[in-house]
Design a protein around this ligand. Structure first.
Ligand SMILES: [Zn+2]
Ligand SMILES: [Zn+2]
Length: 282
């Protein structure tokens, strides 16, 4: 007797790699100007990390496939660059679609995820109130640190990050491989962040908030972001497979990102600068 063929493909596709604000224009054409959004496939389970402006083109691709969608969208947090694509996500406007939004940083706050999205889509900020979205929406506030098991064989570990108003790191495990998504996050100076090191230890792909360079960082202490150099130190200490530089600053157009890519490669050979459209397989 043969068992049915299992889909064991594990892939991530970057739809938005920029931090803070979307950056259109030729200076950003090669690495991309959309804000944080990553599509993850663990076999037949497809989900999304963050709803930045990269969510809109991802939505167009998903709708083009035709059938009704059941989607889960895990947010690191609700700063605008991570949710700006939500009201423009085409699958939100199609009856029959089911979309579940999840986040972990509001568990202890008075305002829950649904309240934040209602506020974001309320007049006069946006012309279409949340009730008018045709898809069936649901909201989950888990607590950062919980482990989620959305499907058999898929484990999503979470951890709180050092960021103004909080943020959540994700470690996705499937088929003996893993991907860690760690943005937005400020490192602590004077030693590596031990809990974070434990969280990312041995992962195949480590995506990290590399908004600043070490030279720039002193001017932005307390802003909630880190450097590619800190990411390289963490990657080395945790024995990760590939280190992905992510959440590029608007002040870093393509020419600057090329220089960062070269310097990072010299520091940690398995470094990659995230680009829109890039696909990685752990
Ligand atoms: Zn951000
Ligand atoms: Zn943020």
């Amino acid at each position: 007797m043969t068992s049915p063929e299992q889909n064991s493909d594990f892939s991530i596709r970057f739809w938005g790699v920029r931090g803070t604000i979307a950056c259109p224009g030729p200076k950003y054409a090669r690495y991309g100007g959309n804000t944080s959004c990553i599509e993850v496939c663990c076999g037949d389970y497809r989900f999304i990390l963050d709803g930045g402006t990269g969510l809109r083109p991802l939505g167009e691709k998903l709708l083009a496939a035709g059938q009704s969608l059941e989607l889960e969208l895990y947010l690191t947090h609700t700063h605008l660059d991570h949710i700006a694509g939500l009201p423009f996500f085409p699958p939100m406007f199609k009856p029959g679609n089911k979309i579940r939004l999840l986040c972990g940083h509001l568990h202890d706050s008075d305002e829950k995820l649904r309240d934040v999205i209602v506020r974001m889509t309320a007049a006069p900020l946006f012309p279409v109130p949340l009730e008018a979205f045709s898809a069936e929406l649901s909201f989950v506030d888990f607590r950062s640190g919980e482990t989620l098991q959305p499907r058999p064989g898929v484990v999503i570990r979470t951890a709180p990050l050092n960021h103004p108003n909080g943020a959540t790191a994700y470690r996705i495990e499937f088929g003996g491989k893993s991907v860690c998504y760690v943005t937005d996050c400020e490192h602590r100076e004077g030693g590596l962040d031990e809990p974070l090191l434990d969280f990312i230890r041995g992962t195949d792909i480590f995506i990290y908030d590399s908004t600043f360079t070490e030279d720039e960082y002193p001017k932005f202490r307390g802003w909630g972001h880190s450097t590619w150099q800190e990411g390289a130190r963490l990657a080395e200490a945790a024995g990760v497979g590939e280190f992905v530089i992510f959440h590029h600053a608007p002040e870093h157009p393509d020419a600057v990102m090329d220089a960062i890519a070269e310097a990072a490669h010299a520091r940690f050979a398995r470094s990659i600068v995230a680009r829109e459209g890039m696909v990685l397989r752990p």
